[in-house]
Design a protein around this ligand. Structure first.
Ligand code: SF4
Ligand code: SF4
Length: 378
């Protein structure tokens, strides 16, 4: 296992972090505990020492499960990261109650890394207004939070505003070789580097989409390095960035655990030719999008409640990835029926706000028809 040492933070984290949000589940969404325990313990034995959970992962089963799964593992053997669900907090008292529950569920008096979960502009302003940042700082002085940071989902301007607000110990952003200009993106990476804030990376394989590329693109990568999987290429790209503390992979099977461990055991960074090949792959993937939605959410909220960016995110994924389950599952199990395109009233508000000038109502209708036609996976 490769490690990154950060002297100021006093940590030596495994470059591969275990993202706990995708443990395997049964049809009802209940975590398959035997399989999940085996995956987590295999990773720990191989030297993974960063475990990332959150209060609401997997319908709130995740923290209690991780607490049970880690019982008996010496506490000093791993760094435990969890997050305050910022959208559920209306007062310091709410945050205190959630924190106490997290301590109980995870069977730990302290968290090595504690994050304000999924900040965007509105949530950030609310956290500041409620005094949650000062409350977390107090917890840090008391030793209950060892390192304080945030995870982020909004555009670069908001990222810069939050990052410059205070001296953060770390922060967590979404980054992969395809989404270099999405959300914080590489611009955000460079700002964090300049401000000396180390990064935890999420979505390095874009929710699994970069692990099952279209056949021709996969063949192109395999021809250059037959021993590397497509996921391995994506992980190597992110892990090659020096200001990265750990790369979270949300592993959902033992096969993925083994593949990731193999990548990080010998981690060879990409050479110049390999970087060029990956850039070419990214260009090809961008050309196969159905439309140019960047997920910026400027069109939101829709007065009729339609989740516009999620339609386009899944629609664009259809030709970028071979695994139909990565489209079918979120479309049928996560997007609520009332947030689907048939509720659009054609008011035109979204089109006026879209910087990509997308014909949103027309594309929404096409997206819904295509997504409804994706066959249910076996
Ligand atoms: S045109 Fe449709 S999708 Fe766009 S804001 Fe109006 S109701 Fe929502
Ligand atoms: S449809 Fe336009 S405004 Fe809405 S998320 Fe996509 S790019 Fe942004």
């Amino acid at each position: 296992m490769r490690y990154r040492e950060h002297k100021a933070l006093g940590v030596r984290t495994s470059l591969l972090g275990f993202g706990c949000m995708r443990f395997p589940t049964d049809e009802q969404g209940v975590i398959l505990e035997d399989a999940a325990v085996a995956m987590l313990h295999r990773a720990l034995e191989a030297g993974v020492n960063y475990i990332d959970t959150a209060h609401f992962y997997q319908n709130s089963q995740n923290e209690p499960f991780v607490g049970r799964a880690l019982e008996g593992v010496p506490r000093e053997n791993y760094y435990l990261a969890t997050k305050l669900p910022t959208w559920k907090v209306d007062s310091v008292a709410d945050a205190q109650a959630i924190f106490a529950l997290q301590q109980e569920r995870l069977k730990s008096e302290y968290f090595d890394f504690y994050l304000l979960h999924s900040l965007d502009k509105k949530r950030w302003e609310r956290m500041v207004e409620l005094g949650i940042v000062e409350w977390c700082e107090q917890l840090q002085r008391e030793g209950k939070i060892r390192r304080f940071g945030f995870s982020f989902h909004d555009d670069y301007t908001v990222f810069e505003q939050i990052l410059r607000y205070r001296t953060w110990d770390f922060c967590q952003i979404q980054l992969n070789y395809l989404d270099t200009q999405v959300q914080a993106g590489m611009r955000g990476y460079r700002l964090a580097e300049e401000l000396r804030v180390p990064l935890i990376i999420m979505e390095p394989v874009k929710g699994g989409a970069l692990a099952c590329l279209p056949e021709d693109l996969e063949a192109g990568l395999a021809a250059a390095r037959p021993e590397w999987s497509s996921a391995s290429w994506a992980l190597r790209w992110v892990a090659g960035l020096p200001n990265v503390l750990t790369v979270l992979s949300g592993m959902s099977s033992m096969e993925q655990v083994e593949d990731n461990l193999a990548t990080f055991e010998t981690l060879e960074p990409l050479n110049g030719e390999e970087q060029t090949l990956l850039e070419h792959t990214a260009d090809q993937l961008r050309m196969r999008r159905k439309n140019g939605c960047t997920g910026c959410e400027y069109c939101m909220p829709c007065p009729a409640g339609v989740d516009i960016p999620e339609h386009f995110r899944l629609w664009n994924r259809m030709d970028q990835c071979r695994d139909g389950a990565l489209v079918w599952k979120p479309w049928n199990q996560t997007v609520k029926p009332e947030a689907k395109a048939d509720h659009c009233i054609g008011c035109g508000r979204c089109e006026q706000l879209c910087p990509q000038h997308i014909s949103i109502p027309a594309d929404l209708a096409r997206a819904k028809a295509d997504l409804d036609a994706v066959p249910r996976p076996n």
